[in-house]
Design a protein around this ligand. Structure first.
Ligand code: ASP
Ligand code: MG
Length: 440
């Protein structure tokens, strides 16, 4: 069986839903995972922020605006009167639930409840749309099988047991539709796999049912060799290894949720990235195989904060780094890059929720400096650390102010921390050097 995941733009308009219908209606049995329609999760986050800030009148007006958008979608999506009426009732019921959350005392659980509604809406409307088009599809609820454990990792045993049971118990269908992103937590409350988590849902499902392939359909034709928003003439990379894709997804190439390849990598289930608007394009195929040599892709990740801890007292004496890491562990904040010297250690984070507390605790270990608005530029390719062309990088970068370098942490990745204001120039320079050497 295949697993196909479609992102927000793929289900963001009637026309695009119709493209998705054509793609999935090929007689092969599959699970289809959907994100919320584009813009919806952001709008739901805004609603919850308004509630969190105690501004319920703003929340109610945002709820009204979003509901009207859905009522409008229904009017374009359905010619079948019965399906239109049923869908409108469903949409009104969902928004009534959101309004009910607005009446209650706001907690983290309210946030989780509210942001989950986007995927319920998209999957309900899409499944009714398929019904109208005469396609045999069954809607299954992700909350009946998708669960995370106390460490927020997918509970694979539970997911496998329940999903496989549901698939055998549900009436046979060509297409099973389910929600991406949402799940239950270890206590049975509605939770999620973090923003962009629908990709992760798809590979978790792929692993649970031992799918033949997981396809992630989005609005771009795969991983590009550089950031197409900033560099002209980038191209999709046809083949990546799981390791290369994991590095790229983590360091900036926004196209894939960073954890996506993890569930399927050891099972060797290929992941294919495809473009809904250009289904014939090859896209990017991610497998265990290694293709090509040298730097394959450049990506950038913004909003990075660098923290330097400087200590006069034997900084690298054993036990010091442990104490530093324990602070980050305590605040569940992951570290991206790290470099050390005898008297200082620098590291970067992208989640600054607890920055104040972290700095306060680190100050007990030494003097602390924080630099915000940095960018990690990351070069990815199999074994690039050993590639004979790689050292030339340092010539290219000689007039860029590089704050940190991570070289050799993994053979497939070299990361540079620069000022965000130097990002465009750096990406373009590296692009010329790596992909257009004849022009340099
Ligand atoms: N709808 C969720 C989000 O916007 C999940 C996803 O799109 O993957 O983050
Ligand atoms: Mg996404």
């Amino acid at each position: 069986m295949l697993v196909l995941k479609f992102g927000g733009t793929s289900v963001g308009s009637v026309e695009n839903m119709s493209h998705v219908k054509d793609i999935i209606n090929d007689g092969q049995q599959k699970v289809v995972v959907l994100s919320a329609m584009s813009g919806t999760t952001n709008a739901l986050v805004e609603i919850s922020n308004a509630l969190k800030g105690g501004n319920s009148s703003l929340a109610l007006s945002l709820i009204d605006a979003l509901r009207s958008k859905y009522i409008e979608v229904i009017s374009h999506l359905f010619e079948d009167e019965m399906l239109a009426v049923e869908s409108e009732q469903y949409v009104r019921w969902i928004f009534k639930n959101i309004q009910d959350c607005a009446q209650e005392f706001y907690t983290e659980r309210s946030y989780n409840q509210i942001v989950a509604q986007g995927e319920f809406l998209s999957t309900f409307l899409f499944s009714r749309f398929l019904q109208q088009e005469g396609i045999n599809a069954q809607l299954i609820s992700a909350l009946d099988f998708m669960r995370i454990d106390r460490t927020n990792e997918p509970d694979m045993f539970y997911i496998k047991q329940n999903l496989n049971r549901i698939l055998t118990e549900t009436e046979p269908a060509d297409i099973y539709i389910t929600q991406g992103f949402i799940c239950l937590d270890a206590e049975g409350y509605v939770a999620n796999l973090q923003r962009g988590g629908s990709d992760y849902t798809a590979t978790i499902i792929g692993a649970a049912i031992k799918a033949t392939e997981v396809q992630i359909w989005t609005d771009i034709d795969g991983f590009h060799n550089n950031d197409p928003r900033h560099v002209p003439d980038t191209h999709a990379i046809s083949n990546l290894s799981f390791d290369e894709a994991a590095e790229l997804a983590y360091f900036g190439a926004k196209i894939l949720h960073p954890q996506t390849v993890m569930p399927v990598r050891d099972l060797d289930i290929p992941v294919r990235l495809k473009n809904t608007m250009e289904p014939k394009a090859y896209g990017t195929l991610i497998t265990n195989e290694i293709h090509g040599e040298g730097i394959k892709a450049i990506a950038a990740k913004d909003d990075i904060t660098a923290i330097k801890i400087k200590s006069g007292r034997m900084l690298l004496a054993h036990g010091f780094l442990k104490k530093v890491f324990e602070v980050f562990e305590k605040y569940e904040t992951s570290i991206d890059m790290i470099t050390t010297s005898e008297i200082a250690v620098s590291l970067t984070i992208d989640d600054i929720t607890y920055i104040r507390e972290i700095v306060e605790e680190l100050s007990k270990l030494g003097s602390v400096e924080v630099d915000s608005y940095r960018t990690i530029v990351c070069l990815v390719g199999n074994n690039i650390v050993y590639h004979p062309d790689t050292p030339k990088l340092f010539q290219i970068m000689q007039d860029v102010n590089v704050r940190m370098i991570a070289y050799g942490g993994s053979n497939n990745n070299i990361s540079l921390l620069i000022n965000t204001s130097d990002k465009l120039e750096t990406l373009r320079k590296l692009n010329r050097y790596v992909f257009e050497p004849e022009l340099v």
